[in-house]
Design a protein around this ligand. Structure first.
Ligand SMILES: [Zn+2]
Length: 110
């Protein structure tokens, strides 16, 4: 549901980005991150393609948090390796649908 708040949020995008970048340095986020990486220490996106790669990043799944503090801490989260996070993670954050192909050559439904 589009609201005035959303319109304002778009206008102040960069200010907002600076604001929620700070969330990444909170103890709460660092704790959540540790827990997620402990639960899933491997890159979940690489695993879809049968690649075993240690995860070093925790990505906000479901289109990202968009500056939403509640969503930022609530997740859902995906453990990813750095290359996956910087390619696919960025694309998802920009609202693009990422189609990945499994080892059988068929697209993986997400
Ligand atoms: Zn990966």
């Amino acid at each position: 549901m589009p609201t005035t708040h959303d319109a304002l949020r778009r206008d102040s995008r960069s200010a907002e980005a600076t604001e929620y970048r700070k969330l990444y340095s909170t103890a709460r986020w660092k704790r959540l991150r540790e827990v997620k990486l402990a639960q899933q220490p491997l890159c979940e996106w690489c695993l879809e393609q049968e690649i075993v790669e240690p995860a070093t990043e925790v990505h906000h799944a479901d289109g990202g948090h968009k500056g939403d503090v509640v969503k930022f801490f609530a997740g859902p989260f995906v453990s990813t390796c750095k290359p996956c996070h910087s390619s696919r993670g960025q694309m998802e954050d920009h609202g693009k649908t990422v189609v990945t192909y499994g080892v059988d050559g068929y697209p993986i439904e997400r």
